[in-house]
Write a protein that binds this ligand. Structure first.
Ligand SMILES: Cc1ncc(CO)c(N)n1
Length: 221
């Protein structure tokens, strides 16, 4: 019997592949991504992380017991107290100041993605929100591991090596494992066809929005 996430991923295989093997990440691995594209991505990702944190605030609100509340709380503080600080520090290395981050004009693919996730959470239950969040959390972990195994990977003198290692690292992989566990706490066999269909639609939409996010980076749009 497969898990809920295995089922969702298998239902969205072509989109999942487009997302996790996008030209943006291939160019990170071989070091050919133009620097201005990455800088644009980093600025947008700062805004993304702010909304991502808010989504976990919503997850806390949607929690029905202490286990769920503790998970949401851990994710919220992980982003607010660790990931955002790391992001600001990392952007500084790329010559992007906190002021520049705060003055970044949000791109429409970024808006579409973050607000879509929040809408799923507001309209639905915690599970809908967790599934809307799954492609981003699990995808980045998978992308980093996949890139490290590719023949086109060049780590020497690659300005993006640190980024790849961050997402392949134990700390991020543990975050991904925790989210996988939260989603798979629901048994696939306990969901009826209509409920499952809604979750497939959510997973599919969030995956396509991640593809658009990479494309935004590549197009500097
Ligand atoms: C757009 C996007 N998706 C996923 C992650 C992983 O946290 C991120 N930082 N940004």
């Amino acid at each position: 019997m497969s898990t809920l996430l295995e089922h969702l991923q298998s239902q969205c295989e072509p989109q999942w592949q487009q997302y996790t093997q996008h030209a943006f990440v291939r160019q990170l691995a071989d070091g050919t991504l133009p620097r201005h594209c990455f800088e644009h991505y980093l600025k947008q990702d700062y805004l993304f992380l702010i909304h991502f944190a808010r989504a976990f605030g919503l997850a806390a609100f949607k929690s029905r017991n202490l286990t769920e509340l503790k998970r949401a709380n851990a994710s919220l503080s992980g982003i607010v107290d660790v990931e955002l600080d790391l992001h600001i520090q990392y952007c500084h290395q790329w010559g992007i100041s906190q002021e520049q981050l705060e003055n970044t004009i949000e791109s429409t693919p970024n808006m579409a993605y973050t607000r879509y996730v929040m809408e799923r959470g507001m309209a639905g239950e915690l599970l809908d929100l967790n599934i809307a969040l799954a492609p981003c959390i699990l995808g980045y972990g998978q992308i980093a591991n996949w890139l490290l195994a590719q023949p086109f990977l060049v780590l020497e003198n690659n300005p993006y090596a640190e980024w790849i290692n961050l997402y392949a690292g134990d700390e991020y992989q543990q975050v991904a494992d925790a989210h996988r566990e939260a989603c798979n706490a629901v048994e696939l066999s306990n969901l009826d066809g209509a409920r499952l269909h809604t979750l497939v639609q959510t997973f599919d939409a969030a995956t396509r929005l991640e593809i658009d996010f990479w494309q935004m980076g590549l197009d500097c749009s």
